[in-house]
Each structure stands twice: as structure tokens, then as C-alpha cells.
Design a binder for this molecule. Sequence first.
Ligand code: FA5
Length: 345
Amino acid sequence: MLEQINMLREKGQNELNALNSTDQLPEWYYRYLGRKGDLTSLLKQLGTLSSEERPAMGKVINEVKQELQESFELRQKTLRETNLSQQLEIDDLDVTLPGRPCTTGHLHLTTQTLRRIYKIFQEMGFQVYEAPEVESDEFNFQLLNIPEYHPARDMWDTFWVNDEVVLRTHTSPGQIWAMREYYPEPIRVILPGKCYRFEQITPRSEHQFFQVEGLAIGKNIRLTDLIGVMSEFAHKMYGVERKVRFRGSYFPFTEPSIEIDMSCSCGEEDGTESSGCRLCKYTGWLEVAGAGMVHPAVLRNGGYDPEEWSGFAFGMGVERPALLKHNIDDIRYFYGNDLRFLQQF
Ligand code: FA5
């Protein structure tokens, strides 16, 4: 039997070395190492040997099996490499190379800022409410206490679609939509969305920008509630060291009205060109929102009786807070689609 094993080993090695294609490998494997292969049938014949011979012969067969297995793997590797290099000589496409990695995108800075704003207001109990982006003159102006020919219309340079339809100049018309939907319940919503203004583009102003409107309607809501909410927002958004300033102002749909400024990232406020920056026009402050107590006429247009209900509203830019947060000195980078800018955030 030993002779038989040695012959099988030699024949197997010779035939393996003579193979010149990977296609021939399975057949060889089946013949020598497979379940019905020659080595397996030798193992089966062990039963015919005496109990003294059997262990030694079993050991030899297993050693040969192991040796042929290793030779097979080596030959397989060599043939595969030869095949590949032959293939590359015919055609220089190497299909085994790893593919080029895909570049993955990420959220735009405006979306990131919006999500941050949502989270802060959500923690204060506000929910998100969406209103139309293309508005009627009635909702964008009239129901907000700005009749036709009212001089306050000059505050918003408007893109008119036709005599009746506008691209909304601010998110404030959403106040009316929300009030009409929620009446007679108290309201605490923020209304995010795009706004459009036909105005000169500057480092702080774009034609198209985002606002987040806020509206709280209830019994006994006061100006101090508005100031508290906006101070809390500023501290959560920028940290306690950022200063907030409330200035008296005028909007036809709020009474009284205020404007909210944040201290500029340049950290200067002495008003001289040498110390400030162009974003804050060398004042040290950047206006980020208009706000006030909802005007009785607007409450009424939304269905709420001003004798019984009161509320505050604010309309805040989104890009300007992002400018402050990330020390960006020009709003025009936002929608310029320059990846070198966008990839930084
Ligand atoms: C308004 O739009 C009022 N609707 C805000 C308001 C709402 C007042 C509710 C009272 C009650 P204003 O025009 O100031 O106000 O704009 C509000 C904010 O939007 C600004 O402070 C600024 O942050 C942002 N903003 C306005 N115009 C532009 C622009 N062209 N580009 C970028 N951001 C702008």
C-alpha cells in the first residue's frame, strides 16, 4: 500500500505541475482530493489492513493529503496570477483593482443651521409649521395690516408674479395660515422657509434667503415673554458670551415692534473702520430678526379676539445667524455653489 501511496503522490504532483489553466484545477482536485478521489478510496482501504499496520499507514495517507492540498493552493495562486498578467497584456483593464471611492455629500450649511434652530425652539415647546412660498398680495401684505398703497410696502422690495401673486417677501404671512388653522387653540409654532426680495445684493443681503418666523398666541402673553424666548435662543445658539440687543422699531403687523441684534463675530463695537468688519458695517452689531407683539388687526384677521388673546411674533434670518456662528464675512458664499466653501461645514 505504501508503494501505491507514493505513486499517487508523484502522479498527483506531476499532473498538478502540468496544468496550465485555472479551468483544469477543479477536475484535478476532484480526482485526487475529492470525496470520491483516489486518496479517499485509499483511506477507505485501511480497514483491510492489520491493526498494527493501520495507524502508520493512516498517518502517511493524511500527510500526503495535506501535502497535495498545499501544492494545489500554491498552483491555484500561481495560475491565477499568470492568467491576470496575460489578461492585462491583451487589455489593460485590471478588474481586480478597488474602485474609486464615491464622494459623499453632506447637508448644506443653511440646512444645518435650520436644524439647529428647530432643535432650540423645539426644546421651548415650538412646533414646525410650513406655509406657502408663493403668496397672494392679500396674505403677504393686506392681512398683515399693510393695505395697498401703504408706504410700509416700501420696506419689502417685491418680486411680483402678477398683480395678485408674489414670491413671499417674508415668512410673516404664515402667521395668518397658522392662526386660521389652530383657532381657537393657543399657538406656539415656528415657520421656516425661503423668502425673496428684489434688493441689492451685499455681504449681508441676498435675493433669496431663509427666515424662521415664530408665533406664540395665548392668554396674557407679553413682550417680556418674547424677550425671554429670544435671549434663551441666542444663548443656546451662540453661547452666553454673545450679546443680544433689543431696539424699538416699526412693523405694521406688530405693536410694539422691536429689532433684535447680535454682537458681531469681529467683537468690535467702537464704530471705526479700523476696528470693525464690513459684515456689521463697522458697528459691532448685526440685525438678525424683527419682532413684536402681534397687532390686534392681525389677531383679528387670524380669527382671534384681541380683547381675549395676545401673542408675540418674530421673523429671523437664517443665513445671518450662520454668518455669526461660523465667522463668515459674506452671505454671497451661501448660494454661490463653491464646493471649497460648502465643504468646510
Ligand atoms: C421682516 O421680514 C419681518 N417680517 C420680521 C417680523 C416678523 C417682524 C414678525 C415682526 C414680527 P425684516 O425685513 O427686518 O423683517 O427681516 C427679518 C430678518 O430677515 C432680518 O433681520 C435678516 O436677518 C433677514 N433678512 C432680511 N432681508 C434679508 C436679505 N435680503 N438677505 C438675507 N437675510 C435677510
